[in-house]
Design a protein around this ligand. Structure first.
Ligand code: ATP
Ligand code: MG
Length: 666
């Protein structure tokens, strides 16, 4: 298939013929109908202006997009708005002050209900506290907090004052914190004494002490929430939240800021290397997160209870725990802890407790639930659910089917949403009341988004072909630059297809024979086997389709014969793990042989893995993405590169020792 244009394509190997249209009832009540695509296509700027008018502007905009300084775009630039006013005050003014904004659930089982009028008061108090510390619009604030309400108050207080926040994931080390604080010159850090993780209180502020103690640190104050009561060291920069914020007035008049006022800096997950400080601004970002939250989840703010499981340290937590749902006046759940504390049913218990109707999570978690077994969710009702979402990686078709069956009870549309820290909001996804979904496919660009798949020359590929995923036109929530490194911004995203003016996202994708869009992983991970360009995603999905496999990671390793050979690392499902453990090495070898054959029959002999390793864990970033780069090093027996964004560095030791015991089939 690659003979005519060897550079043009990514192989299209996996075929999927199951489709799931929405029920007639769901479609009839859906927020968006099929005509949205045509309306947006006919006039994308008018479409986005219409979405922007769903927000409240203190000064209405007259301009929409300006891309004359490409690759720098502005959206709605002469308009002014206050992002926090949009997320709290306007709902109170509309008469919804008593409506629940946040059902917060702490890991130890404590809970807090926050209405929209309480949210407005808490955000106003926090804003007054930040003003008392001498912060001015345009300054940066670092937020290093667990998933507690104060995290939301802090983010919105920054937004209210025109300060840019930089949220740093609470699992990161003092070193990661120090570099991010320095990169953004943050004047204030907001943290807590500690946080609950897997049933115990662990320190958090200690890392801030370390990071701030550095000579020349820009940090003037550290505001500390008392979450756990752990003993903490105290310095003259430190102020307790309850001493400062609780004393403040609930009165604060929000000022309108220009649409292009910086809203936040957020560092990418670091799956492929050194994290980049992605800068997002206000009006365009809020427009697209609010619109996508409304359209893709079919949000009915009066009746839905929305739950996004992402940490606020990631873009998903920013866009769909804070800005999207609150701009839309939704009721949402925020959960502090891990999914297996106190037991593996915690998420399902929370869904039943609050009557969650829309649940948005990541494939890594879905595969973990698969590994734990379907009998766990089967103990819960889960009958309030009506829409399920997925984000972060490709969802393997079998994980999608498992999600649909065991969580959605064959009743809930699934939206697989592709987007990035850089895109700010969802870009490619089904619309739940319109799209007949295919398991594992993100299906189609959202209305108003110009996503395309192109070959090496930038020419769009046809149905049944793969290539590079590009965005051909600016979109409202796009990143504006990389903080402090505009050259890296141009190089990273705009140089590959500079002559076309395309944003290149780094991901490979294909259209299937019906034109549905499938994400195929990062182009840097594409394997070249005897001249065939094979995506890691398709081989992984074939492995996960085997009943013994819960999760798989695939890499290409140098191979004298074929260029690259496919090396797979698999985690087994609970019952298969027990069988292999009981049966000893022979049982492992039999299963590995069976898996290699399974891949060959599912997608073709060219994709048969050279080697398969059964492993207990896979190396993942803190946001749960598989780090294939490290596995490639293992497969090629190189020294391990940078592992600072790795979730558990012990995992690599486990995997390397497994390799030397030869649990593989070469
Ligand atoms: P870095 O850019 O530092 O390497 P990262 O790309 O992992 O880190 P994020 O912005 O959190 O950081 O992740 C965006 C990437 O996640 C996308 O480019 C894509 O590879 C992957 N992704 C997100 N959603 C999906 C999805 N629904 N299907 C397939 N892949 C997805
Ligand atoms: Mg990325």
């Amino acid at each position: 298939m690659n003979e005519q244009a060897p550079e043009a394509a990514l192989s299209n190997l996996l075929a999927e013929d199951r489709t799931f249209p929405p029920s007639a009832e769901f479609a009839a009540a859906a927020n968006l109908t099929a005509d949205a695509y045509e309306r947006a296509e006919a006039d994308p700027e008018a479409w986005w202006a219409e979405q922007a008018r769903r927000l409240s502007w203190s000064t209405p905009f007259t301009q929409v997009l300006d891309f004359s300084d490409a690759p720098h775009a502005t959206w709605f630039a002469d308009g002014k708005l206050n992002v926090a006013y949009n997320c709290a005050d306007r709902h109170v003014e509309a008469g919804n002050g008593d409506k629940v904004a946040i059902h917060w659930e702490g890991e130890p089982g404590d809970a807090r209900t926050i209405t929209y009028s309480q949210l407005k008061d808490e955000v106003s108090k926090t804003a007054n506290a930040l003003l008392s510390l001498g912060l001015n619009a345009g300054d940066r604030v670092a937020i290093y907090l667990p998933m507690i309400p104060e995290a939301v108050f802090s983010m919105l207080a920054c937004a209210r004052l025109g300060l840019a926040h930089s949220v740093i994931f609470g699992g990161f080390s003092a070193e990661a914190l120090r570099t991010r604080i320095a990169d953004a010159s943050a004047r204030l850090v907001i943290t807590s004494d500690g946080q609950y993780r897997r049933g115990s209180a662990v320190p958090l502020k200690a890392a801030v002490d370390d990071a701030v103690a550095t000579e020349g640190s820009p940090v003037e104050h550290v505001l500390v929430v008392n979450r756990t009561g752990l003993d903490v060291a105290w310095t003259e920069k430190d102020i307790w939240w309850h001493d400062l914020v609780d004393e403040q007035s609930t009165e604060h008049v929000p000022e309108g800021f220009p649409a292009e006022q910086p809203l936040f800096i957020l560092y990418t997950s670091g799956t492929t290397g050194k994290p980049k400080g992605i800068l997002h601004t206000s009006g365009g970002y809020l427009t697209q997160v609010a619109f996508t939250h409304h359209a893709v989840f079919d949000l009915k703010p009066e009746t839905d209870v929305f739950w996004c499981t992402a940490d606020i340290g990631w873009v998903t937590g920013h866009s769909y725990n804070v800005y999207g749902p609150l701009a839309n006046g939704a009721t949402e759940v925020i959960y502090e802890g891990t999914p297996n504390t106190p037991d593996e049913g915690r998420h399902w218990e929370i869904i039943d407790k609050y009557g969650v109707t829309i649940y948005y999570t990541a494939p890594t978690l879905i595969r973990t639930f698969m590994k734990w077994g379907a009998e766990i969710p089967a103990r819960y009702k889960l009958d309030s659910l009506r829409v399920l979402g997925s984000v972060g990686e490709s969802i393997n078709p079998e994980a999608w089917m498992w999600y649909r069956t065991h969580i959605g009870h064959d009743r809930c549309p699934i939206v697989d949403t592709w987007w990035q820290t850089e895109t700010g909001a969802m870009m490619i996804s089904p619309l739940p009341g319109v799209t007949a979904t295919k398991p594992g496919s993100a299906m189609r660009a959202l209305p108003g988004i110009a996503a395309q798949i192109v070959n090496d020359e930038g020419v769009p590929v046809g149905h049944g072909e793969g290539g590079y995923l590009v965005i051909a036109k600016p979109w409202p929530a796009m990143l504006r630059t990389i903080w402090g490194d505009d050259e890296r911004y141009r190089d990273t995203y705009w140089s590959r297809f500079a002559s076309h003016g395309y944003y290149f996202a780094g991901d490979g994708a294909k259209y299937d024979s019906d034109g549905a869009l499938w994400l195929l992983g990062r182009v840097d991970d594409v394997m070249n086997v005897s001249g065939h360009r094979i995506s890691t995603t398709e081989v992984e999905s074939a492995l996960v389709a085997h009943p013994s496999v819960a999760e798989a990671a695939v890499v290409g390793a140098n191979d004298a014969l074929t260029g690259q050979g496919i090396v797979a690392f698999v985690i087994l499902r609970g019952d298969a793990t027990a069988r292999v453990a009981d049966g000893g090495p022979a049982a492992g070898e039999t299963l590995v042989a069976e898996l290699r054959k399974h891949v060959a029959t599912q997608i073709g002999p060219i994709a048969r893995p050279r080697q398969i390793m059964i492993v207990p864990e896979l190396p993942k970033t803190r946001s749960g993405k598989i780090m294939r780069r490290l596995l490639r090093d293992v497969a090629e027996n190189r020294d391990l590169g940078d592992v600072t964004t790795l979730q558990d560095s012990a995992v690599m030791g486990l995997i390397t020792s497994g390799l030397s015991t030869g649990k593989s089939d070469a």
